[in-house]
Design a protein around this ligand. Structure first.
Ligand code: B12
Length: 449
């Protein structure tokens, strides 16, 4: 007797935060897994709690020219038991994303799934994940829920204890997909892509969304660097790349089939080994004359911005360039990694300007709020970046478990950040100790670019 293939519901959870905005944020990992399951003939449903284009959104969501836009926002109380641990959190807290009523309605309107996949992003959005799973379980109390993603990978114990998921998976999902589906549904997946060959992966199932205002693109997994504050190399220990041709075909697909014009690169090291990787892709994009817009919200490496890279990026249609500068304290004794020298930064900016970029399209990320950081260093960095005419963009430090800087952050924090991931939220500036420094940060934040 032939049985129907299982029905998997994939869910992108709500965000609970002090502030949030759709800066090209899509659950690429979950949609990549959904694509593999779909390729195996499984029935896939997708509910996105962050959907800016939910059919019940009235008036329709605003879309910026580059695809970005605000999430729907509902004020909610800061979780009571956490407020008791940290009374100083007095700031307004919100749920970002669709109305819970819409979510319940969508759940009630669908046939009962056999298994539910929930993803997660920032560790400090843990309470949003819990609220999502709680809601899903109210409608489908007997359906197992599996949680994966960044929070699940970085805080597996916390997620196992508090998320309400039946199983918490750390790390890339592709490697355990077959056994999970077998265990929970009895179904045998025939096709699993080769983890060492990213070209064997189907394109992520971005088409499950109501509307594609932009598409995230990842040309590689992993990062060749191991910066002290960053979890990338813990999350994806090996660097693997897609072929330029495979990436080109994906961009062409979203553009031709869905009219997508804006693409955000999610790579940790887009320009590294550019001659064999990014440059042939940019050349293909230029030749195609598709006239697309590209953005690098996750920053590119300054050392890699040679005249050739800058020219190709300009001609290919890059519109928003963010560079990972981190600091302009280029002294040897500073306490975190040095990836770039002062002259290299100036040269990169010059290369981009000479290629044709308007300085307004260019920004340099500066880390702010690191353990023990002298905030005058941040102020000096901002001044130096402004001198080049480009935007200094402050990136507020969030302590991340499993990073080399975590222990330092725990020791330096004003309060105990190990009690709950929400306490690592960068809005709280956990590693900034004195009122004087907190005030200085507010000043720096308000110094308009
Ligand atoms: C792309 C990216 C972004 C994008 C947006 C991404 C998004 N979806 O929202 C942009 C550039 C906007 C961004 C912004 C920021 N980011 Co960011 N970002 C990343 C990055 C580079 C990749 C994430 C990604 O999409 N990976 C690709 C997919 C394929 O992988 P994945 O989602 O992990 O999914 C896989 C597995 O997790 C698993 N999986 C996922 N879901 C599920 C579900 C199930 C059921 C299963 C079984 C498995 C599973 O399988 C998937 C496939 O292998 C990561 C670093 C990294 N290398 O992971 C940092 C990272 C997530 N960001 C980080 C940070 C700090 C930030 C910022 C706060 C930076 C700042 N200080 O300003 C901002 C704030 C974002 C915000 N508030 O909206 C931190 C997270 C910190 C934390 N505490 O959690 C990371 C880890 C980098 C770091 N510094 O260590 N980011």
């Amino acid at each position: 007797m032939k049985t129907d293939p299982p029905h998997i519901l994939c869910v992108n959870p709500w965000i609970h935060d002090f502030a949030a905005f759709d800066f090209w944020a899509k659950p690429l990992g979950l949609l990549s897994l959904a694509a593999i399951l779909r390729e195996n003939g499984l029935k896939i449903s997708y509910l996105d709690c962050l959907d800016r284009f939910h059919p019940r959104q009235d008036p329709p969501a605003k879309i910026q020219w580059d695809g970005r836009g605000p999430f729907r926002k509902t004020p909610i109380p800061f979780p009571e038991e956490l407020q008791a641990l940290l009374p100083e959190v007095g700031q307004p807290f919100s749920r970002y994303g669709i109305e819970p009523e819409w979510f319940y309605q969508d759940l009630n309107d669908m046939p009962r799934p056999d298994l539910i996949f929930v993803t997660s992003m920032m560790t400090y959005w843990a309470t949003g994940v819990r609220e999502t799973i709680e809601s899903v379980k109210q409608v489908f109390p007997k359906v197992p829920v599996i949680l994966g993603g960044i929070y699940a990978g970085l805080c597996q114990d916390h997620a196992s204890a508090h998320s309400l998921a039946d199983r918490v998976i750390a790390g890339p999902g592709e490697s355990c997909l077959k056994s999970l589906i077998k265990e929970f549904t009895g179904f045998n997946l025939r096709f699993i892509p080769d983890p060492d060959d990213l070209d064997t992966f189907p394109f992520p199932a971005l088409d499950l969304q109501h509307h594609l205002a932009y598409a995230p693109i990842m040309t590689s997994r992993g990062c060749p660097f191991a910066c002290e504050y960053c979890a990338a190399s813990f999350l994806e220990p090996t660097l693997r790349r897609r072929s330029p041709d495979n990436v080109f075909k994906e961009i062409q697909h979203w553009h031709r089939e869905y009219g997508v014009k804006n693409f955000a690169f999610y790579d940790d090291a887009l320009l590294v080994k550019g001659n064999s990787h990014a440059f042939p892709l940019f050349e293909q994009l230029i030749d195609s004359k598709m006239e697309l817009n590209f953005h690098t919200p996750n920053a590119v490496h300054i050392r890699e911005i040679t005249p050739k890279a800058a020219n190709l990026m300009f001609k290919a249609g890059f519109k928003t360039i963010r560079m990972g500068l981190e600091t302009t304290d280029f002294s040897q004794d500073r306490h975190h990694d040095i990836k770039v020298r002062e002259d290299e930064f100036f040269r990169a900016v010059e290369n981009l300007k000479s290629a044709g970029f308007d300085p307004k399209q260019l920004g340099a990320y500066l880390l702010c709020g690191l353990p023990g950081q002298d905030l005058e260093e941040v102020a000096a960095s901002m001044a130096l970046v402004k001198k080049t005419g480009i935007l200094p963009v402050l990136a507020y430090y969030t302590p991340i478990p499993h990073t080399p800087m975590w222990e330092d952050a725990v020791k330096n924090a004003r309060f105990d950040i190990t009690r709950h991931p929400v306490f690592t939220n960068n809005t709280l500036f956990p590693c900034v100790r004195s009122d004087k420094d907190l005030n200085r940060i507010s000043q720096l934040k308000n110094m308009k670019n």
